[in-house]
Write a protein of this length. Structure first.
Length: 333
């Protein structure tokens, strides 16, 4: 199913009528977020599903394991399915650049008769039957808003809140470089439609658990600095999780603390997972592209935020990734 990404992506105007035909003709639509879903992926899926349900369509929202409890405040979260019934023949995917990001549901996506791939990653591999990819968008939620308006779908307060959360978090609370005039104008439109910006900010950045704060403190204490502070990295190990009373989801946000240091050009958080596997989260500033750190290992993402997963143990992953990071910084001098 995967093909090479086109030199020029189809525009919304190119695909809206085929998408409308799919929405009108499907007995059931499955909205699929990516593994380890964030607010952009799941908020986009929930916002789209809620809007289509209000139009009388039968829609379900599915995420691969694990259920992302840190975003359980999103409207409609209680309807999200993990595991359970097969995805079905008509699947809409949200904020996912590659098939690998669907975890154990990948095979079902590949076998589906119709896949509508909606995303904003420039690294998207065009795996869909229809690909609506807007790399200039600040968040997939921004793409979903435009699609819903083109379909004539209502933007209820619940839809607006999900899409606002998607936009707010993928711009880092409107602090990242992808905070554009269009993003800010859309934020105002969504607030006018019923999203509560103070509540979304509270739930996104000011509602951490004690376990999260303890884990962050431990990771910051283990932080290492190289090349005059240009390269910063730390780790979250299974023993740290046990000591903090946390799980791996509680490590979300630690990378943002590392990237807040003024000298940082590459920040990396290494995460140990069961069965001697590992993950990385990467942030960059200046000339280095975060995807250049991750793509050698099958990962990807954005210029300033990317990630990857490894079959390697944590020490092996650290050695491999740090070699790439040091080389990139040496080249960037």
């Amino acid at each position: 199913m995967t093909i090479a990404a086109p030199a020029v992506w189809p525009s919304l105007e190119d695909v809206v009528e085929p998408i409308r035909a799919i929405v009108d003709g499907a007995d059931q639509i499955t909205c699929l977020a990516h593994k380890d879903a964030d607010a952009d992926s799941l908020g986009s899926a929930l916002g789209f599903a809620i809007a289509l349900r209000s139009m009388g369509r039968k829609v379900r929202v599915v995420v691969p394991e694990p259920l992302p409890r840190l975003i359980e405040h999103l409207p409609g979260f209680e309807t999200v399915e993990v595991g359970g019934a097969p995805l079905g023949d008509t699947v809409f995917t949200f904020d996912c650049a590659t098939l690998g990001r669907f975890g154990e549901r990948r095979g079902e996506v590949e076998r589906a008769g119709t896949v509508v791939n909606i995303d904003h990653h420039h690294s998207n591999t065009a795996f869909g039957t229809i690909n609506l990819v807007e790399a200039a968008a600040s968040a997939t939620g921004q793409v979903i808003y435009r699609l819903l308006r083109a379909l004539g779908a209502p933007i209820s307060p619940s839809v607006a809140t999900n899409l606002y959360a998607a936009l707010f978090t993928d711009t880092g609370g409107f602090r990242h470089e992808n905070t554009t005039e269009a993003a800010l104008r859309l934020a105002a439109t969504l607030v006018a439609a019923g999203a509560d910006p103070g509540w979304v900010a509270l739930k996104s950045y000011k509602s951490r658990s004690l376990a999260q704060v303890r884990l962050e403190g431990m990771a910051v204490a283990e932080m290492r600095s190289e090349l005059g502070g240009r390269l910063l990295w730390s780790e979250v190990t299974c023993s740290m999780l046990e000591e903090a009373g946390a799980d791996l989801q509680d490590s979300e946000g630690i990378i943002d603390t590392l990237q807040s240091i003024g000298t940082m050009e590459i920040a990396i958080l290494f995460k140990e997972t069961p069965a001697a596997r590992s993950k990385i989260s990467v942030r960059t500033r200046g000339p280095v592209d975060a995807t250049d750190v991750c793509t050698p290992f099958g990962g990807g993402g954005h210029k300033r935020a990317a990630g990857a997963e490894f079959a390697d143990s944590l020490p092996v992953a650290e050695r491999k990734v740090l070699e790439v990071a040091r080389r990139l910084l040496d080249t960037a001098r």
